[in-house]
Design a protein around this ligand. Sequence first.
Ligand code: HEC
Length: 128
Amino acid sequence: MALNMSISQSHKGNRTMTKKIVVGLTVSVMAAGFITIAIAATPSPMFKSESVKIPVPGAYFEGTDATVLNQNCAYCHSAGFVNRQPALPAATWTIEVSKMKVAFGAPYSKAEIPKIVAALVARQQTAH
Ligand code: HEC
């Protein structure tokens, strides 16, 4: 007797669960239907490739030895960081360029530092 009761209870429990699942599925199917309709009603946007030139004043080096500095400095920050500095001796630029490598991870090699410093010093002698 006791065994029978527990079996029928578990049956009941299963049926309730099945019902819940069916109701849940119906609601999800309905919701999905609404979403589909909403998407279909929205006119599809037209995508086409556009090329836009954004003016970034002072982003890149211009003039004397610009190429070497654009290659080594301009991908982290604008040329303005450098152009705003006062005229500095080569020794100070060497420390600064080494700092960019050691502290901030600039990928140029140590061997390239004198070439970069020479470019920085050369720029100070000309208007840029
Ligand atoms: C890996 C990224 C990176 C590269 C490459 C890089 N810098 Fe910097 N630089 C920084 C960061 C970050 C700062 C800003 C530090 C701050 O906000 O105080 C900075 C700041 C500066 C400053 C301002 C003064 C200072 O020390 O904060 C100067 C001058 C400078 N950089 C020069 C250069 C030159 C010259 C080069 C190329 C040889 C260069 N940087 C390449 C990351 C870089």
